[in-house]
Structure formats: structure tokens, C-alpha cells
Design a protein around this ligand. Structure first.
Ligand SMILES: *Cc1c(COP(=O)(O)O)cnc(C)c1O
Length: 368
């Protein structure tokens, strides 16, 4: 049944469409002409557009998702002695941002949907808990209503790590609009990405916006007075200009990813656990991640068929050498699920035929 020489890459970031290419070249020209390579006019325009898209009052563009998380935590005063509750399952930048502030990351268990379990969060609250940092893992919005309830009860800040969920929503309300602050990585792998490193922080407070603008540039005010030590986290104007172009097609991108996901869900749910998509929910499908006990053999089978698959986060953050000694709750679900996760190709360049080739290959594997 395997087609000879057919390949489906996990992701293809090359810009091959001539029209897309020209649009990007045009804005690069424009930036070269005005010459304001850092914090040029494109940055402010991008901040306005992202704030409007997510429906948050203020956006502050920075130079990576990691810096976005770090600076957001700093802006609300997270520091030594504080605990920040986050999920056990994420890209390591989430925990690193907390630790770099001098605070202690506290790891909560996940639910079957791979997102942080609010009940586990509630069990980990202490007097030291300063913030909760949920991650919309794979591009699926967390149970933000329960998390916000807990946060309100204990007067704790919520900072969303929405890096994987640009454009995802629940009941029409977008990821990144639930917390006090939210952060996105805009690196090229993300659903909405630059041609290099980039990130953005959103907030509903003008005081936090002002503090973030200062923290983004060495804690300076007007290049004269330094209020507190920080890093240089400013975004390149070129990346902002590129992101402005790409913002126009982000809706189409997400639609295409959802169409592939629909084909997958319809065809393989009998054989593996597929992502659940609720009514009134829009998934961003940063990754399409399945759960299976036969992971090792399935990887081998699919790779032989020319289908590139990946284990995105192979180790739970609390099990990383860097975090072995940190606090965590019972990680029953996380420990059960971590060795069963597998991400299969999903991106805008995939055709329906590619998707059917993937599902047929998976079905062949389980039938043989
Ligand atoms: C990509 C990602 C980050 C880090 O973003 P960078 O822009 O690569 O620094 C943080 N958290 C999550 C969940 C991510 O997926």
C-alpha cells in the first residue's frame, strides 16, 4: 500500500509562493529605506493590530516568546521567594522564564486534553503562590474559566503562555485574552510566525504596559534613568514588518490546519486518541498530537512511509535535570501520557491527498 517516494514533511517553512515572497520583499525594502531597524514605525502598528486581534488593550512586542514570559513575570513583581504554578507539560521555556526571575516553578498535572488540570492547580496553592502560568498546549485553549476562578479566589495573577495558540478561541474569546497578561512566541515554527525570533506580551493594564516598555529596554526610562535591571528584549523592525504581512493570512492558515485536523480526526480516532475539539472551540493546531501505546513501532512505520513525525516534548519539565528538585503535585496523568504522545504533520502546505496518505498509513499500521 505504501506509495514509493512519497514524503510528507512535518513542517515546511520555505517561502515558495512568488506572491507571498514579493509581499515580504516589498516590506523589507521599505524598512531598508527608512532605516529605523529597531522599534521602527512597523512595531507600533503591529502592536495595535495584535491587541485588536486578541482583544486586549495593550500589546508590547519583544524579541522572543521566552523573553515575553520572563518580562511578563517581572512586570508583576515575581521574584525570589515566590511560587508560580505551571503545567508539567510544555516547552521548557515556560519553566525557565519562572526560574530566571528567581521564583520557584511548581508543576501541576495535566488533564486528558494535555492542558493543565485546574484541580491540580487548586491543590498546589500556598501563601507563596504569586501567579499561575497555564499553557495552551498544542494550540488548544485551557479551561480558563476554572483557572480564573481559582486565581480570583486567592488574588493571584494569571499569565497565559499562549505561544502555541495564536488564533485559538473558546466561545469566541481568543487565547491570550483570558489572563491579566498573556504571552506569544512569534518564532517561525509557530502558527503566526516571523522570519526569525519574535514575541509579544498583552495586558489590560496601562501601568503594566508602561512597566513592560521599560523592562523591554534595560529597565530604562527615556534612555536616561534606569529603574531596575533588565535585558534588551526589543523586536527588530524587519520582523515586525514581516509579521504585519503575515497577520493578513493567519485566519486562512488556521482554517487550513483545521481542515487537515478534521480529516485526521474522522479517519484515525478508532486507532489512536485524537485531539478533542469541543463545540464553540477553535483549535489553532500548532501541532496535531495523538496518543498511542504503540508509539515506537508507529514512528518507524510512518518514517518508512516517508512521513515525518516528532515527539515534541519528550520529558516532563519536572523530570528535567534542571528541575528535578522543584515542587510538584501528583503527576499521575502526565506520567501516564508523556510516553504516548506523537505529533504528526500539520501545516498550510499539506494537501488533502497528503492528509489521506497519512491516515491510510496509520490505518495500515494498526490493521497489520
Ligand atoms: C515556542 C514556545 C515558547 C518559547 O518561545 P521562543 O519564541 O522560542 O522563545 C514558550 N512557550 C511555549 C509553550 C512555546 O511553544
Amino acid at each position: 500500500m505504501k506509495e514509493k517516494n512519497k514524503t510528507v514533511p512535518f513542517l515546511d517553512l520555505r517561502i515558495t509562493n512568488t506572491e507571498d515572497r514579493q509581499k515580504l520583499l516589498n516590506v523589507i525594502e521599505k524598512v531598508m529605506t527608512h532605516g529605523r531597524f529597531i522599534m521602527g514605525p512597523e512595531v507600533e502598528l503591529l502592536e495595535e493590530k495584535i491587541a485588536a486581534y486578541i482583544d486586549m488593550p495593550y500589546a508590547i512586542c519583544v524579541n522572543s516568546g521566552t523573553d515575553a514570559l520572563y518580562l511578563a513575570l517581572r512586570s508583576v513583581g515575581v521574584g525570589p521567594g515566590d511560587e508560580v504554578i505551571t503545567t508539567a507539560l510544555s516547552w521548557i521555556a515556560t519553566a525557565n522564564a519562572i526560574a530566571l526571575c528567581g521564583a520557584t516553578p511548581v508543576f501541576a498535572d495535566i488533564s486528558d486534553d494535555l492542558n493543565i488540570d485546574p484541580a491540580s492547580v487548586a491543590s498546589l496553592i500556598t501563601k507563596k503562590t504569586k501567579a499561575i502560568m497555564p499553557v495552551h498546549y498544542t494550540g488548544k485553549v485551557c479551561d480558563m474559566y476554572s483557572l480564573n476562578d481559582i486565581a480570583n479566589r486567592y488574588d493571584i495573577t494569571v499569565i497565559e503562555d499562549a505561544s502555541q495558540a495564536f488564533g485559538a478561541s473558546l466561545y469566541g474569546k481568543r487565547a491570550g485574552s483570558y489572563g491579566d497578561l498573556s504571552c506569544f512566541s512569534l518564532n517561525p515554527m509557530k502558527v503566526f510566525g516571523a522570519l526569525g525570533e519574535a514575541g509579544v506580551i498583552l495586558t489590560r493594564s496601562s501601568a503594566l504596559q508602561q512597566r513592560l516598555i521599560s523592562l523591554r529596554y534595560n529597565g530604562m526610562e527615556n534612555r536616561e534613568v534606569c529603574h531596575e535591571p533588565s535585558l534588551n528584549g526589543r523586536i527588530d523592525t524587519l520582523q515586525a514588518a514581516i509579521l504585519l504581512v503575515r497577520l493578513d493570512s493567519v485566519e486562512t492558515t488556521i482554517e487550513k490546519r483545521n481542515a487537515i485536523a478534521q480529516i485526521y480526526n474522522n479517519a484515525i480516532s478508532e486507532y489512536v486518541i485524537t485531539p478533542c475539539i469541543m463545540k464553540d472551540e477553535r483549535h489553532a493546531f500548532y501541532t496535531y498530537t495523538i496518543q498511542t501505546d504503540d508509539r515506537k513501532k508507529l514512528i518507524q512505520y510512518l518514517e518508512e512511509a516517508g512521513i515525518e513525525v516528532k515527539i515534541r516534548d519528550s520529558i516532563l519539565m519536572p523530570n528535567q535535570p534542571a528541575y528535578k528538585t522543584e515542587i510538584h503535585g501528583k503527576l499521575t496523568n502526565s506520567e501516564r501520557i508523556i510516553n504516548r504522545l506523537l505529533s504528526i504533520p500539520i501545516h498550510e502546505k499539506m494537501t488533502e491527498k497528503d492528509a489521506v496518505y497519512v491516515t491510510n498509513s496509520i490505518i495500515d499500521f494498526f490493521r497489520s
